[in-house]
Design a protein around this ligand. Sequence first.
Ligand SMILES: Cc1ncc(COP(=O)(O)O)c(C=O)c1O
Length: 386
Amino acid sequence: MLWTSPIFWHNPPMPSMPPCATGFSANQLNFSAGPGALPEPVLKEAQEAIWALPETGVSVLGMSHRSDWFKALLEESERNLRELLAIPERYRVLFLQGGSSLQFSMIPMNFAGTAAPAAYVRSGYWSAKAIEEAGCVAPLHVAWDGSADGYRNLPASCALEIDRAAPYVHYVSNETIEGLQFAASPFVHDVPVIADMSSDFLSRPIDFERHAMLYAHAQKNVGPAGVTICVLDEALLSRIPEGLPPMLDYRTHIRHGSNYNTPPVFGIYVLNRVTRWMRDTIGGVPAMAELNRAKADHLYRTLDNLDGVIATHAARPYRSTMNASFRFRDERLNARFLESASSAGFVGLGGHRSLGGVRASLYNAVSLAAVGHLSEFLTGFCTSHA
Ligand SMILES: Cc1ncc(COP(=O)(O)O)c(C=O)c1O
């Protein structure tokens, strides 16, 4: 499957997107951490839909959220996600707004309860943010803290300190900034597990036996910013207290089929086309995961070969398949590399402002050919500068 996948091969650039001298278009060399690369056939279809959807003759930007067209789009999008991820029947799928950051406070508002504090794993910048924001809503307990070593490691499930009365445990499956990813979801007895999967959603299969809820904004693997996917076990719903503002109560959105107020129609449209691309072109989530593994292996092999010059941020067992964060050991080379990569047509390689260095994000739409090109460029740069 992997070797016949169209994104393994170097796709010719779309006619409307001029290639740079390398033969890759700027979209194909987009290694940005998010919003990030999207599949070019989806971008092309969206470009046409902005002018007029073939099925309605009206721009997607002017389609009513109360139209039959949008109702069918929502239904198909949910169906596609259910099929791609084998989401069990008892889980509800929602398309919300407010980004993943709104989930940081919405989750404790809905599920914190009063019996014991919720447990949070602090494994990087985004889980620390989730803790900061959830802490404004309800007391919480930090079940593990990786800050002392600058977030380079992740805990084994048995290292998590979790009170069995905790209403839930929250973790981030892929720390986008540090480039740390849980190889398998934590296994926690009796306490519902809630995951922020913003930066690895749809990149690999999800173990629903280990999760009561997960959420992910779209702007990594799924579409443009503006839509956030929440998948939650309906068993959680009985815990929601009465009296929440309706917009912040998951039950409102379930009752209204993700159409309570005006949803992000365009974002859901692109999400829908990405799910079709995943199914029809890639061949599903396991095939995508295999391809993502190959891309990450390729890049990390290159980085390891350049070990004298480059250091990766994450300890080896926790390296992310989605975001490789690294830096040149000679600090001066980081800026020089980024400048030179930008001149060569690479996009979005700068590390997050909190960490600096370099970060290559290998989201679903980044091809193995593009990763190969980046690896060659890195090797060439090191040969001439180190
Ligand atoms: C893992 C993770 N969680 C949460 C967020 C915040 O997402 P948003 O900007 O949609 O609020 C990000 C942003 O990149 C992220 O990478």
